[in-house]
Design a protein around this ligand. Sequence first.
Ligand SMILES: *Cc1c(COP(=O)(O)O)cnc(C)c1O
Length: 441
Amino acid sequence: MKYYSTNGNAPLASLRHAVVRGLAEDRGLYMPEHIHRLPDEFYADMASMSFHDIAYNVASAFFGEDIDLDVLHDLVRDTLSFPIPLVPVSDRIFSLELFHGPTLAFKDVGARFMARLLSFFIRQNPVADATVNVLVATSGDTGSAVANGFLGVPGIRVFVLYPKGKVSPIQECQFTTLGRNITAVEVDGTFDDCQRLVKSAFMDDTLNHHLQLTSANSINVARFLPQAFYYFWAVAQLRALRPDVSLGQIVIAVPSGNFGNICAGLFGRRMGLPVGRFIAANNANDVFFQYLRSGTYSPRASVQTIANAMDVGDPSNFARILDLYGQSHEAICCDISGATFSDGQIGETMRRCLRETGYQLDPHGACGYGALCDGLRDSEVGIFLETAHPAKFKDTVERICETSVGIPARLEAFMQGTKKSVPMSARFEDFQAFLLAQSDV
Ligand SMILES: *Cc1c(COP(=O)(O)O)cnc(C)c1O
């Protein structure tokens, strides 16, 4: 399968090229040329299939032409090393718990798949690719998922850039205590500075001459497509739990920031997944919500909220959604509706859900749950993606809900490690010199 750029000014790329490069040469995002519909028999059998088998079927539709099927089978199995249960919260609302992975957030799925796929390509052609250096700027969650996904993977080094003093202690220890092929770079600046340093590095001729650099952001097809796996698994679980639900009645609400996660769900629907419609749930950073309302997309600077992994003012995967729907606002509005929540409304939703159902939401999942409470029609059944474990936002959750949140053992284990990071100014020349010094090692 070939991949084209959303900007339309770059040559068609192989999967390998798209994964190793991340962004297309014209700065567009890669899209698969075809989205194959899965056969009716697959949908008929889905409710009795295992998660691995479902995911393997979905993965084959995208990657089956480019990767040996037994290799792909192992890739999928190694990626999905943890459960993703669908848990009833109320009569008509179900939580897809995506937080049972190593760093307790949904990004584990995409990061683990991308790490394994990149490593496969490097093993296949070691001389050409040398060591691949993955650069990732993080405001918290992305860095931990990517660092843990790539930990110990041969042929790959990861540099996680994060703003000094601006990520939570729990998040920080998830990427500063790992060592081995993971280097944490503590930037004396903001998240925007980190992102600028990474972007400048990708465009810098000197660096690109000496080092193979790539991005592990959700712009990378290998990180974003595998997220389709669990949409199929969610519907399969719902059909097993509630055989009475007819297929067009399923609504999926997705807490959205950069829109990679929901975009994977939209791809799933194109493959025939029987979902009636999607709701994109935003926090106060609601440029997509405003776009649905007005038809005009006006990116703006992000504001800080308690659902901070969704603090994005110009979602990069918006370009993919536009492309998927042929730039039609009307077509987009047919499949996706929006919702937006202030911090006050997120807090109120968390308290109400706990009081009425006993289910503890995190601030991101709360936007998904709240969107279903407000927007579900009488005949519909809703699934929201619970994108992170509440313990990742322990202080916020405890303050708002006036309860105590236990820390899972695997999160506790990170907090026992010793922090190690490289201090860095926000000046590109310093970052460039640091990276160049790495090319000799
Ligand atoms: C990254 C993240 C999101 C937003 O996902 P996108 O794919 O960027 O839309 C939502 N919730 C949590 C907990 C996250 O880490």
